[in-house]
Structures are given as structure tokens and as C-alpha cells.
Design a protein around this ligand. Structure first.
Ligand code: AMP
Length: 500
């Protein structure tokens, strides 16, 4: 009974009666209809149930991006299971940690890693799915008939997504059916997604952005997706004239801007470009508008909260900000236990139906970050202006304390990024014998380039002495993860000995 399963019912609602319509366009020219997608998901659910998956069991999945992987996500939720996607870049020992922590009933991996994963997956059943959507799971699924989705209530878990774990152990964020459903509904409506949309889907599906924001919103709207295995400038530019929307991380936009084929004409049919998962540079925003005539809509969220804020669809999309709290979501900025006045920086907290259920088997961590009254401490430093726009100024752990003074990296980065000959920068604190931490700027030059001296001189008149970088390092590129986030931890480690 589709009606009995809170999330699945809503994912399917918009395509009832449209079973023959195309949901996904594949790179090889093939298509997948809504009817085929849900039939495939039912067979996956039946295959999982045949492997003993019961409601509440975890299904851990480390596979390439394919339509069969989407069917596996839907099938897991249909079977009442908890979908647990893993970054394809995770190594054996990392997968072993997740398998040990989450004790999945089934692990699905690439056939090439079958032996390695079998050795570390504990008592789980191991099935395979490759980059062509083939493998033992597919074989098992093909032998199944339909499946009646298992009854699941709004508060039941649908997924566990592990955080990237930049500090300490990675934590499993527990997301309920309603966490996902309520957020998808809100985003669909805020961003005006309908069945007329064609979304270019080039994000990975092991992360909240590609799995929930892109896939769920498209399904909630009954929209079509151009389903790409990953970022591919050629494929995206080729798809653009017949598409209406793109969701990307900031690097998507900078890479597309570097391609001369990105023009106003090519983007003429597009109605919406959305960016998130990492800060979009003001410069990128402006260049994008100049080139395409579109203002990128930037939104903010995290694994634990789904999406929390968004720039408006109608109204001013303000570069450098992440817009307003979404309908039904509250946001506040706190310092020393009290809410700060408008425009002042503190730690952002959010509350609403989007906020997760806690960290898997970590009650103490959950209690530290999720208050009994529902406010979640995001760990992001932010300010909310008098007119309600939220600006993220960076992670709390990236805050630099030098000689007892707080330095918010973003303030320094914004000034450096505006200098001629600079593409972008990352400002970090590294151990310093006198000051505790010393401010270091890692800068990527652009065009004619720049020098450490030129940057120092330019900043000296603009920033208090304690905020000025004591060292400036020029690099060809900043280290980034797959979601386009600058890896400040890696930079801090690389330059830890700078002032020793
Ligand atoms: P993740 O859980 O991997 O999605 O990472 C969430 C984190 O990414 C947030 O806590 C923010 O630090 C950062 N983030 C996401 N979206 C934005 C944005 N639009 N601007 C700045 N930071 C962002």
C-alpha cells in the first residue's frame, strides 16, 4: 500500500496517472519512465525483503550513481528499511567503521570491491551493483514481482547519513520520513518546481544535496531529470537549452563560467540556478549574472537539518547571503546563551520539521547539539540582518582566536578575494607561540597574479592589525572535497608548523 508509507506515498503522488511519462533522461540516450522507476524500486524492495530486511534495518550502499541506485534508495524505504549511502571515495577501513557502527542487514557495493567489503562487513549480506546498474542485487531484483510498501509513520527513520566528520568521528544523522518529506515539499513550493521542469542532476547521490534536495524535489514535483553520473561540463552545457533548472555546488558554477560555451542564449530556457553546500563567491554570482542574465539562488543546509534557509524565488537574491529561513523553519543567532541583536555574529541555531532525530547511537553527542526544545546548534557562525537575510560566516571550529581576539575567516577572505589578481582564498589559524593562533591566508592567484607583499599592503589599511595575516601562502588551488567544500582542516595540518 503506497498510502501507508509516509515518504514513498508523497514521492509517488505527483506521477500517479503519468506512469508513461519520462522521469530520467540517461547519458546513453535511454529514458526511464515514472512507472519503470517505481516498478524497479518495488523489485529492489522485494529483493531486500528476501534478504531478510525488516522495518528499521539499515541498508548500507556504496555504489556509483545510477538509476538502479535511486531505485535501491526508494526500495529500501519501501521495505521499511533505513537507507545509508556512503561516499564512493571511502576506503575499506572507513567502510568498516560505518558497518561496525550501523550494523546494516545488507551492504551493497561495487563488484570490484566485493572481496574487500565482504571481509569487513560483519554479519551483513553483501550484494553488488556496478556503474552500469548490474550486479547480484539487480539479478535478485529482476527475479521479483511487485511489492507493497511497508507501513511507515512520519517519525520512523528513512535514512542515516554520516557527516563528513571533520572533527573526530563521523556521526550518523538519523532522518525521519517526515524530515525528508516536509523539506522536499517546502523546497518544491518555494522554488516553484512543477512537472514542466527538467532538472539537470549532476550531483552525487550519497549526500543530502543530490539525494534529497535534487532527487526528492524532482519526484515531489513530478519533474524530469537529466541524470548525469557526475559533473561534466560538456553534458551540462549540452542539456541546458532543453532544461529548466540546475542544482550545483559552487564549483559547478565556477567551472561552467570557465567554458566559453556558457552564454545567455544557451541558458535562455533555464528558469533557475541553485547553489549550496559551500559558500558561493560574490564574484561568481556577479559573473554568472553578467554572462547568463540569471541570478543564482543560494540556499543553506546541512546533513542534520536538510535545507534551512533560501534566497527568495521572487524578490532580491542577495549575493553572499543564504536568504531567509524556509517556511516552518526558525533560525536564531546565539552567543553566551542569549540571542544576539540583528547584524551581530554568533552561532546559528535552527528549529523545525527539517531538523533530524539525533545521531545514531550517540546520545551524548545528540544532547550536546540538539536541545530538548528542538533547537539544533548548527556549529555555523552567522548573522541575521535587520531585514532577515542570513549570512554564514564559516564553521565555528574555523574561528581563529589570536592573542585573545576573535577573527572570522570570512571577513578577511572577502577582502582578499576582492583584490586584483586573486581568485579565492582560505584564511586559517595555526599554532603560534605568542598569540595562541596566528592568522594565515592561503591565496589562489588569478590572471596576472599577485604577490604576498601586494596582499599584505592592500590589507594593512583595511583590517585591524590582529586580523591581518601574518603569513600569506600562494597556491594553485585550494583542497576541496567532492561537495566543493574547502578542506580547512587539511590546510591547518599542512601549515601547522609555520610559526613553530
Ligand atoms: P553537509 O552536512 O555536508 O551538507 O555540510 C553542511 C555545511 O556546509 C554547513 O554546516 C555549512 O557550513 C556549509 N554550507 C552549506 N551550504 C552553504 C552555503 N550556501 N554557504 C555557506 N556554507 C554552506
Amino acid at each position: 500500500m503506497y498510502d501507508a508509507n509516509h515518504l514513498i506515498r508523497q514521492l509517488r503522488d505527483s506521477s500517479i496517472g503519468r506512469e508513461e511519462d519520462v522521469f530520467a533522461r540517461l547519458p546513453d540516450g535511454g529514458t526511464v519512465t515514472f512507472g519503470a522507476l517505481f516498478a524497479g524500486a518495488e523489485r529492489m524492495a522485494a529483493a531486500l525483503a528476501a534478504q531478510g530486511v525488516q522495518p528499521g534495518d539499515r541498508v548500507a550502499v556504496q555504489v556509483q550513481k545510477t538509476i538502479q541506485a535511486i531505485e535501491l534508495y526508494l526500495g529500501t524505504v519501501m521495505a521499511g528499511g533505513i537507507f545509508l549511502p556512503l561516499n564512493t571515495a571511502y576506503t575499506g577501513p572507513e567502510v568498516a567503521y560505518f558497518a561496525g557502527d550501523a550494523s546494516p542487514r545488507v551492504v551493497v557495493c561495487d563488484p570490484a570491491r566485493l572481496e574487500e567489503i565482504s571481509a569487513i562487513a560483519g554479519g551483513a549480506q553483501i550484494l553488488t551493483l556496478d556503474a552500469a546498474g548490474q550486479g547480484s542485487l539487480r539479478d535478485l531484483a529482476e527475479a521479483q514481482d511487485g511489492f507493497d510498501p511497508v507501513s511507515r509513520q512520519p517519525d520512523d527513520l528513512a535514512a542515516i547519513l554520516y557527516t563528513s566528520g571533520t572533527t573526530g568521528r563521523s556521526k550518523g544523522a538519523m532522518l525521519s520520513h517526515d524530515n525528508l518529506a516536509s523539506n522536499s515539499l517546502t523546497l518544491r513550493d518555494c522554488w516553484r518546481f512543477t512537472q514542466d521542469d527538467v532538472l539537470i542532476h549532476a550531483l552525487p547521490i550519497f549526500h543530502t544535496h543530490g539525494l534529497f534536495v535534487a532527487t526528492n524535489v524532482a519526484l515531489f514535483a513530478g519533474a524530469q531529470v537529466v541524470f548525469l553520473p557526475g559533473f561534466d561540463a560538456d553534458a551540462i552545457l549540452e542539456a541546458m537549452p532543453a532544461a529548466t533548472a540546475l542544482m550545483g555546488v559552487p564549483t559547478f558554477y565556477t567551472r561552467l563560467l570557465a567554458d566559453a560555451r556558457l552564454t545567455r542564449e544557451r541558458a535562455a530556457n533555464m528558469r533557475l540556478f541553485i547553489s549550496g553546500s559551500a559558500p558561493l563567491l560574490v564574484d561568481t554570482h556577479e559573473q554568472w549574472q553578467a554572462r547568463t542574465g540569471h541570478r543564482i539562488l543560494e540556499r543553506y543546509g546541512m546533513t542534520e537539518t536538510n535545507m534551512s534557509t533560501s534566497n527568495p524565488y521572487e524578490g532580491e537574491r542577495r549575493a553572499g547571503t543564504v536568504g531567509f529561513p524556509l517556511p516552518g523553519v526558525e533560525a536564531r543567532v546565539m552567543r553566551d546563551g542569549a540571542e544576539v541583536p540583528a547584524g551581530e555574529i554568533g552561532v546559528l541555531e535552527v528549529r523545525g520539521p527539517n531538523v533530524f532525530q539525533g545521531y545514531w547511537q550517540m546520545p551524548e553527542k545528540t544532547a550536546e547539539e540538539l536541545k530538548p526544545d528542538g533547537w539544533f546548534i548548527t556549529g555555523d557562525m552567522a548573522k541575521i540582518d535587520a531585514d532577515g537575510y542570513v549570512t554564514i560566516v564559516g564553521r565555528e571550529k574555523d574561528l581563529i582566536i589570536t592573542g585573545g581576539f576573535n577573527v572570522y575567516p570570512k571577513e578577511v577572505e572577502s577582502l582578499i578575494d576582492d583584490l586584483p589578481g586573486v581568485l579565492e582564498s582560505a584564511v586559517i589559524g595555526v599554532p603560534h607561540p605568542d598569540f595562541g593562533e596566528g592568522v594565515v591566508a592561503v591565496v589562489v592567484p588569478e590572471g596576472e597574479g599577485t604577490s604576498a607583499e601586494a596582499i599584505k599592503t592592500a590589507l594593512s589599511g583595511q583590517l585591524a592589525k590582529f586580523k591581518q595575516p601574518k603569513e600569506i601562502i600562494l597556491l594553485d588551488a585550494l583542497p576541496r572535497n567532492t561537495m566543493g567544500k574547502v578542506q580547512k582542516k587539511a590546510l591547518r595540518e599542512a601549515y601547522a608548523g609555520l610559526f613553530a
